[in-house]
Design a binder for this molecule. Structure first.
Ligand code: ZN
Ligand code: CU
Length: 483
């Protein structure tokens, strides 16, 4: 027998799905330090010996999942163990989506939707470098890549958000954005739907997107309208990307409100054509309900609305707005106003639209989970196992290789996360080992804080972070920088 070859970790007998979208193979993987040292067939790795050996038989080995759409900016500092994400096999989160980022801003009373990240005491990073340094120092269990929120920039640069930014205000925002990108942020996000940013013109966004292009970053957008005017918003998104020459990702793509159900055929046809000339990607979560701040202007009779958090009425969390309104003998709008500041789940997505969007090959997976909510949307704890179990295995929307690609190789490539999202020699050892036959999300709207089943091991930068479903004490996440 050949002399033993020693490694820090050896994973044997698993079915390897490497994140590229290519077919599963029977391969063993060896790790030294934070990197994958070797990938080989069982025959070629007979003499491998690991200080830690993991038996992967009857299991799938894949790159750790990349949650491309999160609001974990504060969570990675406040709850660095990140159980909601590590327990799903997520090893990297992209924070700062929907125009909402914790930096660069401090000493403000955050207006909604910045409140999704917390209150005044949480906004304490005047510049992105300080925020990223704080993340590095805290070292959460997951890697963190940060976007700069347009809403955050506006709040920091403007005294009145209900108008287009002036040239000098755009200069201030551009400078802060450029400094953030130089510090390692990977791009810009907008939330043109929200009141902090709705008055911004397309030109205002293009001016900022050009700064992103100059740094080789990415632009993500919660579009101005995901309902009746969704086609106008898609065209605006394409224009912005083209004029600024920057790749764009449409966030949590959906067709909101019952009168728009079924329109995903139309929107996906547009995206598909646009992709011929524009670098356009998209992400989605696997649920037929959205969640964000509660706003009395957004409530209406036709849909169910569930309260996720309320500052004056914490007891309302987890209850339906309609029931509360009835109890208080108020209209939906009046009851909503009384609950503010608050968050809600809006059941305004069509299941068939959601499935069509998920199945569209370029669609990536992003949870859009809201960790600050007391009774959060179940997507916070369930997104990735739900895609792998319910939508891939049970409904057969796509094969397992495709499902894994949507949460690993595709996002790593789109967001420029170097040496992540794939299993190959030299890549970072961000890995997940799961039971494809039994993986299942257990979080529900009624009971959202439930750990999923079927994720056995998670390694982040070579460090074991989840062991047989239990969190490990060591945390090994890092800031993933743009340079
Ligand atoms: Zn959003
Ligand atoms: Cu979001």
């Amino acid at each position: 027998m050949a002399e033993a070859k020693k490694f820090d970790v050896v994973i044997r007998d698993a079915r390897l799905i490497d994140g590229t979208g290519g077919p599963a193979r029977q391969m063993n993987v060896a790790i030294n330090g934070d990197r994958i040292a070797a990938v080989a067939t069982p025959e070629d790795s007979e003499n491998w010996w690991g200080s830690l050996q993991i038996d992967g038989s009857d299991r799938v080995l894949a790159p750790g999942f990349i949650d491309v759409h999160t609001h974990d900016d504060n969570a990675v500092l406040k709850t660095p163990a990140m159980p909601a994400k590590i327990s799903q096999g997520v090893t990297t989160v992209i924070v700062g989506n929907c125009g909402i980022s914790l930096a660069p801003i401090s000493d403000i009373d955050p207006p909604p939707p910045l409140t999704l990240l917390g209150g005044r005491d949480r906004f304490r990073y005047d510049n992105m470098a300080d925020y990223l340094a704080a993340v590095d120092k805290t070292q959460p269990s997951v890697n963190v890549a940060a976007l700069v929120g347009h809403g955050t920039l506006r709040v920091g640069a403007m005294d009145d958000l209900d108008r287009v930014a002036t040239a000098s205000e755009i200069d201030v925002m551009s400078e802060k954005l450029a400094a953030s990108l130089a510090a390692g942020a990977i791009g810009l996000s907008t939330g043109l739907y929200y009141k902090t940013s709705a008055a911004a013109s397309t030109d205002e966004v293009i001016a900022l997107a050009k700064v992103v292009a100059a740094h080789g970053g990415i632009y993500t957008t919660h579009m101005r309208d995901e309902a009746d005017h969704i086609m106008t918003s898609l065209r605006e998104t394409q224009t912005t990307s083209q004029q600024a020459d920057v790749p764009v990702v449409i966030s949590h793509h959906k067709c909101s409100k019952p009168n728009n159900w079924g329109r995903s055929s139309e929107t996906l046809a547009f995206i598909d054509e646009a992709r011929g000339t524009t670098q356009m990607g998209l992400d989605a979560y696997p649920y037929a309900a959205g969640s964000t701040v509660l706003d009395p202007d957004w409530v209406y009779e036709e849909i169910r609305i569930m309260i996720t958090t309320s500052e004056p009425h914490p007891e309302a969390s987890g209850r339906d707005l309609a029931d509360i309104a009835k109890e208080w003998d108020l209209s939906l709008q009046e009851a909503a106003a009384k609950l503010l500041p608050a968050g809600a789940i809006y059941f305004q997505i069509d299941e068939a639209d959601m499935q069509r969007i998920l199945a569209y090959p370029p669609t990536m997976i992003g949870s859009d989970g809201l960790p600050h909510d007391e009774h959060p949307h179940p997507r916070l704890w369930g997104t990735f196992p739900r895609v792998l179990g319910h939508y891939c295995r049970d409904l057969g929307l796509f094969d397992l290789e495709t499902a894994v690609h949507k949460m690993t190789g595709l996002p790593a490539k789109t967001f420029g996360l170097k040496d992540r999202g794939v299993v190959r020699e030299g890549a970072y050892a961000d890995l997940v080992i799961f039971d494809a036959d039994n993986i299942k999300d257990l979080a529900t709207y009624e009971n959202p804080l439930q750990q999923s089943r079927g994720i056995d091991y998670v390694l982040v930068n070579g460090t074991l972070s989840l062991l047989l479903g239990n969190l490990c004490p060591e945390r090994a996440g890092r800031v993933v920088r743009n340079n």
